[in-house]
Design a binder for this molecule. Sequence first.
Ligand code: SF4
Ligand code: SF4
Length: 89
Amino acid sequence: MGDSAFSFINVTDDCDDCGICVAACPKNAIDESNGYSTIDENCIFCCACIKVCPQQARSLKNGPIRDKAKWLNENCVRRKEPQTYLSCN
Ligand code: SF4
Ligand code: SF4
């Protein structure tokens, strides 16, 4: 991943410049000098910055990653029992 120009994180005015997201980002992909915006070409879509933000100022923009995250939350949060299928070929 990385090397992407795909912008998927929104930062709202609730940001209080605490810098926690910068410390949490494993790819140095947050620009403190530019409103804590994401440096898209460095971002690996891990969402660590969203999880740690105490102000909930970072969120997924509407788009394919938000759609996939919603799908995963709806379908993969709870453990499912294994199922066995027999093939009669
Ligand atoms: S963690 Fe949230 S409130 Fe803190 S600087 Fe980052 S975006 Fe702003
Ligand atoms: S999603 Fe991950 S890599 Fe991208 S800015 Fe946030 S913490 Fe950094």
